[in-house]
Design a binder for this molecule. Structure first.
Ligand code: COA
Length: 246
């Protein structure tokens, strides 16, 4: 292992906590460095090129910090050099490690002040976080993207509770789409998730695969003030440990 990246690692961070079968680790990053220049050397050419296309210095900084953090995390779990990790995307953009026999799976989401990175062994997973904010056209978004059952469930909520139900629904749908890894080629209205606070997060119906309701587990996440999140993962019986980026 080369020394040059070691000072970038927070002292409490390496080695990563042991990740075993049946466990999911979720890391929440709520405080990014004001300047992300320390992380630049960690990123691949592709990542730097994507960063340079960001619309604002804030988004540039966030991209560098989050992708640097992702590389540091993955490298801590794999005990390897973060600069040499082969991170590749499938045809729909889902990133994965291109390392033969590597069991580590991950997914990342960013919104508002928060970034979440979820990791496990062997199973595909997806994570989504959203900053809960006023969205004037949320009813139109629900009507065009959510299933009929989901839209009806939102209407069944007290008016002031509808926007948080909307974000629960949104994050659960996005988490599932991200776990499957085929992006928006899967019509968002072709499956139904639970939205109410009174029922657990779950996939209720799936038009293209009725067995999917047994195959996928959804988890409701509350990653920080003003944010809501969801995780989707194959199969059941997972135990989740959450960590704050130091
Ligand atoms: C890209 C998409 C996977 C998620 O987008 P998003 O929710 O806006 O963004 P998130 O921050 O949660 O996730 C982005 C991260 O997911 C990962 N990702 C990218 N494509 C992915 C895919 N096909 N599958 C899984 N993960 C993916 C990447 O790590 C990406 O980070 P990066 O852009 O910094 O490299 C996709 O589902 C999308 O474009 N959704 C549109 C959102 C929408 O219109 N929702 C309607 C309401 S339900």
């Amino acid at each position: 292992m080369e020394e040059s990246f070691v000072p970038l690692l927070p002292a409490s961070f390496r080695p990563a906590p042991a990740l075993s079968e049946g466990h999911i680790h979720i890391w929440t990053i709520s405080q990014r460095p004001r300047t992300s220049s320390d992380y630049v050397p960690l990123l691949s050419k592709d990542e730097l090129s994507r960063a340079s296309g960001m619309r604002s210095p804030q988004l540039f900084n966030r991209f560098i910090a989050d992708h640097g953090a992702l590389r540091l995390l993955l490298s801590a779990y794999l005990d390897t050099d973060p600069r040499k990790l082969p991170i590749v995307a499938n045809n729909y953009g889902k990133p994965a490690l291109d390392i033969p026999h590597c069991r580590l799976r991950f997914n990342m989401s960013h919104s508002g002040e928060l970034t979440m990175i979820a990791l496990c062994l062997d199973s595909e997973l997806g994570v989504d976080v959203e900053a809960m904010r006023p969205i004037a056209e949320w009813e139109e978004i629900a009507a065009s993207h959510f299933s009929h059952h989901e839209s009806e469930s939102l209407r069944g909520e007290e008016p002031k509770a509808r926007i948080s139900a909307f974000f629960r629904c949104w994050t659960r749908k996005e988490a599932l789409i991200k776990a499957i890894g085929m992006g928006l080629s899967i019509p968002l209205d072709s499956f139904t998730v639970s939205t109410s606070l009174t029922e657990p997060a779950m996939l209720l119906h799936c038009a293209w695969d009725p067995g999917a309701v047994r195959h996928w587990t959804l988890v409701h996440l509350e990653p920080g003030p003003g944010h809501v999140g969801a995780l989707a993962i194959e199969d059941a019986d997972w135990s989740i440990q959450q960590f704050e980026w130091p």
